[in-house]
Design a protein. Structure first.
Length: 586
């Protein structure tokens, strides 16, 4: 005679998957409206997980032998959670395959994908993280169907399923989106990657980028008659409606059989970005995947440094913003700080109690679009390019400092200033900010809106010098992109990029001559005249010896690429995602 099944053994799994539907589950299990309202109002039951568990325990207590696994599974099916219902197997009914992950709701597939890609196999858990080994064999170009499969049975994923929480896919917004794309590219061929976007209709360039990187984009659901514009709150708080969890078995979802815009039924890793999508990543993790998925956060900013230059309430609330960032990363599987400067800052912050399980530096790799750029010194008039949003952050990005410097430069050498960062929505306001800072008939800057990577590359190819004069810059991707293109640069010493260059020189990975691209810059206006003179002298020196400076820039580019400085941090990211590799992608 079979042993009596204790349905309570399955409560953890039910709570993890469907707590956001606890009221629906309660109704299907026979709870009345009054009792549901009472549970909802109980102060001791503050979150959906606690409420869902209370429902399950009361249901078992009042029904005794009638609280069976079959009844629970039927209730789950009735509220649209068939996948969860199917995952509740009798203990000992089916043995897990050798080497499969414990406590995972789907078995590891043993079949291969199309092409010559041998599937990564889940090899259990290491320190709480599911580990997928990457085969050591050459990889061919993928077929058009990103995750095309040959299996047809009810199986799970042979590669980890990664969910990137972001508001867009592409590089039109700069830093955060660029790092998000780079993280996805690091995972290419090693994981099934999904990424949220806020656009109801994804722009063609973003679609092309997603297809190139083998990532499936998930757009929000917009109910009929709802004309509201998308906002980050759709991801952070409205996800049950805007980004519902798929009810299909995982293998069917991965094959693209879900006609709706929905999140995967199972996820191994969720990745968010601090101060942008960290709230959304944590909320979605806790509501949908709490027990099975690891949470990883990327940190791009240091509010206590940068908010000061924005003035007003933003400057006053910098501490609150950092506190919120610490709350969101607390006990996450890993946090990745973009650049050593951000890493050092938050390493100190994490000593205060709110801390991820591990903290790593993430060094961006030069973008191929800039590495492939063909630049030359040529031209009669020298073009000096500075990039960075103007409105409200002109002091942070150093536009006012460059303005004063360029007033002197144009009197000494035939040159012009090209500014990228004017807001199309606030064109007149942004233009006035620069005019007030310049106040000179000798300087007539060319103004451009902040564009895509393609736009920035095209403007860079006309430039003889790229400036990054920020008084505070957590990293500085623009400067890295200019170096990758082989264009002379001058970089403030108050940037994370300057810190990386200095570290590489100390490690003897690049030549000491490249320290000359770093310019001492004050964090405030106390030595404004001295800063302006210092920058003007350096700008004139580079422009006067343009041919030689382009030769140095070509050496800088070559040495930077040959150093492969990014590999260690990218491998740490793959390992945090449960992927083990012998070396980074070539």
């Amino acid at each position: 005679m079979a042993a009596q099944v204790d349905v309570a053994d399955y409560f953890d799994q039910v709570v993890e998957n469907v707590s956001y539907k606890w009221e629906d589950l309660a109704r299907k299990l026979g709870f009345g409206r009054g009792e549901i309202k009472s549970i909802n109002a109980t102060l001791a039951l503050q979150d959906p997980d606690a409420k869902c568990r209370e429902v399950l325990e009361r249901w078992q207590g009042r029904n005794a032998d009638g609280a069976t696994l079959q009844v629970l599974k039927q209730a789950l099916i009735d509220i649209g959670e068939r996948l969860t219902a199917e995952s509740l197997k009798l203990k000992g009914a089916t043995a897990l395959p050798s080497g499969s992950a414990e406590n995972d709701s789907h078995p590891t597939s043993q079949t291969s994908v199309s092409g010559n890609d041998s599937p990564n196999k889940c090899q259990g858990k290491r320190n709480g993280t599911k580990v997928f080994t990457q085969p050591k064999m050459p990889r061919v170009s993928p077929t058009p169907a990103v995750f095309q499969r040959t299996d047809s049975g009810p199986r799970g994923a042979e590669r980890p399923v990664i969910l990137m929480i972001n508001d867009e896919y592409g590089t039109s917004k700069g830093g955060v989106s660029t790092i998000n794309c780079e993280a996805v590219q690091t995972l290419k061929g090693k994981a099934a990657v999904y990424a949220t976007v806020l656009q109801l209709k994804v722009p063609p360039k973003d679609k092309e980028a997603a297809e190139r990187d083998e990532v499936k984009l998930i757009t929000p659901v917009q109910p009929e008659g709802d004309t509201r514009k998308p906002s980050i709150d759709w991801l952070a708080f409205d996800y049950p409606i805007r980004y519902p969890k798929s009810t299909l078995p995982l293998h069917e979802y991965l094959e693209g059989l879900d006609p709706k815009s929905s999140l995967p039924p199972h996820v191994d890793v969720i990745i968010g970005h601090a101060d942008i999508t960290d709230t959304a990543a944590r909320n979605i993790h806790n509501a949908y995947y709490k027990n099975n998925a690891d949470l990883i956060m990327f940190t791009h900013v240091i509010p206590e440094d940068t908010e000061y230059y924005k003035g007003g309430r933003k400057a006053m609330k910098a501490g609150e913003k950092e506190k919120d960032m610490l709350d969101k990363v607390d006990n996450a599987k890993a946090a990745f700080s973009v650049g050593r400067r951000i890493f050092n800052h938050f390493s100190t912050k994490y000593k205060g109690g709110k801390t991820p399980q591990s903290h790593h530096v993430f060094l961006p790799k030069p973008s191929k679009i800039f590495l492939d750029a063909n630049v030359s010194p040529g031209g009669g008039q020298k073009v000096v390019l500075s990039i960075g949003r103007v409105r409200k952050v002109e002091k942070l990005k150093g536009h006012d400092l460059v303005g004063e410097s360029m007033r002197d430069v144009v009197k000494r050498i035939n040159s012009r200033w090209l500014v990228i960062g004017i807001s199309e929505d606030d064109w007149e306001t942004s233009q006035k900010i620069l005019e007030d800072a310049l106040n000179s008939p000798d300087l007539n800057p060319t103004l451009r809106p902040y564009g895509t990577q393609d736009d920035i590359r095209n403007d860079m190819m006309m430039a003889h010098l790229v400036l990054m004069p920020s008084r505070s810059e957590p990293f500085g991707l623009v400067g890295l992109e200019a170096i990758a293109a082989g264009i002379p640069v001058l970089i403030s010493d108050k940037t994370g990029l300057a810190k990386m260059i200095t570290d590489l020189i100390k490690q003897k990975k690049i030549s000491a001559e490249h320290r000359n691209v770093i310019v001492e810059t004050s964090v405030n206006d106390r030595d404004r005249a001295g800063d302006a003179k210092r920058w003007a002298d350096r700008i004139v020196d580079v422009l006067e010896y343009s041919d030689y400076e382009f030769e140095k820039a070509a050496r800088f580019k070559r040495e930077l690429v040959e150093s492969r400085y990014w590999e260690e941090s990218h491998n740490a990211f793959l390992q945090a995602c449960g992927i083990t590799t012998a070396a980074a992608d070539q």
